[in-house]
Unconditional design. Structure first.
Length: 322
């Protein structure tokens, strides 16, 4: 027994060479059916989708004004659930999506067109529907393949910080600070945004990559702290004698106290003391260099808080007649 497996409707070779598509209508007659290459239609506003069979242009004639027609399209191959039908409608501002009926994962889809409605290119209820559109295959959602810097990020108030993302397909990238939209990069695969650290605290910075296929998002924790003041050095020196009064030819011990009054470690610390004319050097701790009545400690070590120098001197005898 011979079985005719040819689908019903008017045949047309697709613009992409995938095979024969068939168009049938439940009202009126399909006329002027031709395949249209994707390059023939405007790029502006076109959804970022894949149109494997290209587009089709046709008329439905013989309708009563305002009549509805359901068009059954048999494609060369199965199309997945979620397939959409898009057309370019210049008088309506560009690309629009036409609602689909049958969308169950096989090769047959249906669309509903209304004479004079949004789906009719001539926009007039005149018994003729003019249509130009085609089915897409939903692409994989975008993926952010690179981002910088690593999270969490730390900065001080008044600093600037740049955030970057790279995406595996063309998207719009919207930047958010604490869930408030700041900026959008349009139709790009690489995007960056620079923020000024103004308020102390923990903040969320997000980059949302989005197109018709879906979305992906990268979020950073941004810790902003108060500005750090430069370290301020400071030092004070005191000198105390023991005993405070001394007879001629006697020893006296001086304690020299070096105090760090600033907010940073002092290193190295160099001490210099000058002998009075009536005193002579005996010893010191730590050991010092002496020269022409000057006592020098070249490096007494770092001073985080306080250092003490011990100096033992001898008073000179009083000569008779002076």
């Amino acid at each position: 027994m011979w079985v005719n497996c040819t689908p019903p409707g008017t045949p047309v070779e697709t613009a992409t060479g995938t095979g024969i598509a068939y168009f049938a209508t439940d009202a009126g007659t399909i006329e002027n059916l031709v395949a249209v290459g994707e390059a023939m239609l405007p790029e502006e506003g076109k959804p970022a989708l894949v149109f494997p069979h290209g587009f089709f242009s046709f008329d439905i004639t013989g309708l009563t004004p305002g009549q509805t027609a359901v068009v059954t399209i048999t494609l060369p191959d199965n199309v997945p659930v979620g397939t959409q039908y898009w057309k370019h409608h210049a008088s309506e501002g560009g690309w629009i999506q036409i609602p689909m009926g049958s969308d169950d994962g096989d090769e047959i889809i249906t669309i509903t067109l209304v004479d004079g409605g949004l789906e009719d290119d001539d926009g007039t209820a005149n018994g003729v529907i003019v249509d130009q559109g085609g089915p897409d295959i939903p692409g994989a959602p975008p993926v952010i393949t690179f981002f910088a810097p690593l999270s969490p990020v730390s900065d001080t108030v008044c600093n600037w910080r740049t955030f970057n993302v790279t995406v595996d397909q063309t998207v719009n990238v919207s930047w958010y600070l604490n869930n408030t939209l700041q900026h959008t990069n349009v139709s790009t695969i690489e995007a960056s945004y620079t923020l000024h650290a103004e308020i102390e605290g923990e903040h969320n910075v997000s980059a949302k990559a989005e197109n018709a296929n879906g979305t992906d998002m990268q979020t950073w924790i941004w810790n902003v702290t108060g500005a750090v003041s430069p370290a301020q050095p400071g030092i004070s020196v005191t000198k105390a004698a023991n005993p405070p009064d001394v007879a001629p030819s006697s020893n006296v011990e001086f304690t020299i106290t070096v105090s760090n009054t600033g907010d940073c470690t002092l290193d190295p610390v160099r001490g210099v003391d000058t002998l009075s004319g009536w005193m002579s050097y005996v010893s010191s701790s730590p050991v010092a260099d002496t020269h022409d009545g000057t006592i020098i400690w070249n490096n007494v070590g770092p001073s985080g808080i306080q250092k003490r120098l011990r100096l033992l001197l001898a008073s000179l005898p009083v000569l008779l007649g002076q």
